[in-house]
Design a protein around this ligand. Sequence first.
Ligand code: GLN
Length: 278
Amino acid sequence: MTAGEALAAAAARLRAAGVDSPARDARILLAHAASVDAARITLIAPEDLSPDIEERFVNLVSLRAVRVPVSHLIGEREFYGRRFKVSRDVLDPRPETETLIETALAAPFGSVLDLGTGSGCILVTLLAERPQAVGTGVDISEAACLQASANAVLHGVEARADLRKSDWFDGVEGRFDLIVSNPPYLSADEMQNVQPELQQHEPRIALTDEADGLSVYRIIARDAARFLSPGGRVMVEIGWTQAQDVCAIFDAAGWQTIRVLQDLGGKDRVIQAQMAEI
Ligand code: GLN
């Protein structure tokens, strides 16, 4: 079978299984099976596949057809131009979270706290982009902390990243110029309607608070000021329909300057809040 034929057959199978981007996924999986760069797949398309590559590819496609995410099959996901190791223990880095990165990089900071760090993609990216900065990343999941540590090492920021197990602020000490978080913000109801990739393959505690999707914002709005340097900022990712609710939560907790920022699709995606200068 040529690579081209194998790709066409795989794409048809993935389409029938309800996968969103069947042709693209097939290309990425073939590249992985053949250990070549995904951009080179079209070059090998007319060639016959070796039996072991074909077997690896068919196995990967079978797993994708039962909606295992591509990132889990290849073990990594790109985020803000870097590759992050991922697994079932952490939320996959998502493109909308790059809005949080852009917002953070527009602010001055020498220290950053990332609440619910997961894969570490936010903290590691910020430290990689700001070589003088130091950061703390916390997660209640030990497995997530290990995953974040591996990603910190992968991108050479481990000496500046303090990664530790903590239930939000419980184990945090000190003050930070910036506090960032992409908390679980789906409500228990919304969680029932998410795609199989999320429902079955991503950690539920990273996606939903099992309540109205706003619980973690209440915790952050209540406690973050005690962990901020004077003039410091809080930046949190939100679901695109939550801006009004989250602004109201920060407002009620006494935060002064509250701004809503949009992602590349024009959807409300990040809330930034500051206390008045102390
Ligand atoms: N943006 C995620 C989604 O795909 C939710 C992530 C989160 O809860 N932080 O629905």
